[in-house]
Design a protein around this ligand. Structure first.
Ligand SMILES: C[S@@+](CC[C@H](N)C(=O)[O-])C[C@H]1O[C@@H](n2cnc3c(N)ncnc32)[C@H](O)[C@@H]1O
Length: 190
């Protein structure tokens, strides 16, 4: 069953094999630093996890895209608030995925060879967070919030999300992780 709050992060260059080092998340891993920062923002509150929240990192970089990495708030274990250890969980997942279609690499962390369209049909209705969006009102949960990494969504991704509400959180382009914090706060106060 899907969580009340789902975050999908589009990782345009994030590598789909463990061919990178934990010391090189920004470079060799294809800006995985942006994605794992989003995991921390989405899952963590002070001294605990949001058990009503799931995160899906969509890795779309070389060599075998796409791979969806699912952090399930209700069941995840061994998740810590620092980016390096979250990246280590993703790396371990990619090692275990190898030639499989999907794998649970640690409790509450699963990897699947699927892309955005296939992912969205399994989740509550999507909303895209977009600097150029025309709405500022979140529907009531359950919902799925889609964000991009440091790059704008591709034309193909925009087409998949064309009928979803486009929500703007203000005029300035913010870090994806900051948008997640703001979205949680708005939903917490709904
Ligand atoms: C760093 S921004 C994307 C890249 C940016 N447009 C650029 O030119 O570098 C990361 C993502 O955060 C979300 N975002 C950033 N600012 C936003 C805002 N003001 N309102 C809604 N979403 C925002 C969007 O999903 C965006 O794709």
């Amino acid at each position: 069953m899907a969580a009340d709050r789902n975050f999908v992060i589009l990782g345009h260059r994030a590598h789909t094999a463990p061919d990178w080092k934990l010391d090189d998340l920004c470079g060799g891993a294809g800006r995985l630093d942006v994605l794992v920062r989003c995991v921390t923002a989405a899952m963590w509150i002070s001294h605990g996890l949001r058990r009503d929240t799931d995160v899906w990192l969509l890795l779309q970089g070389p060599p075998a895209p796409p791979v969806a990495v699912h952090f399930c708030g209700a069941t995840v274990r061994y998740l810590n608030p620092d980016e390096r250890s979250t990246a280590a969980l993703v790396r371990n997942g990619l090692v275990k995925l190898r030639n499989r279609d999907s794998v649970e690499s640690s409790p509450g962390l699963t990897l699947h060879r699927m892309g955005l369209t296939e992912l969205l049909v399994q989740l509550p209705p999507p909303i895209i967070l977009d600097e150029a969006g025309d709405s500022d009102a979140f529907p009531a949960p359950p919902l799925t919030l889609v964000l991009s990494d440091d790059r704008d969504p591709t034309e193909e991704e925009r087409e998949v999300l064309a009928s979803a509400p486009h929500i703007c959180l203000g005029e300035r382009s913010l870090l994806s992780s900051a948008c997640i914090t703001l979205a949680h706060n708005l939903l917490d106060n709904q």
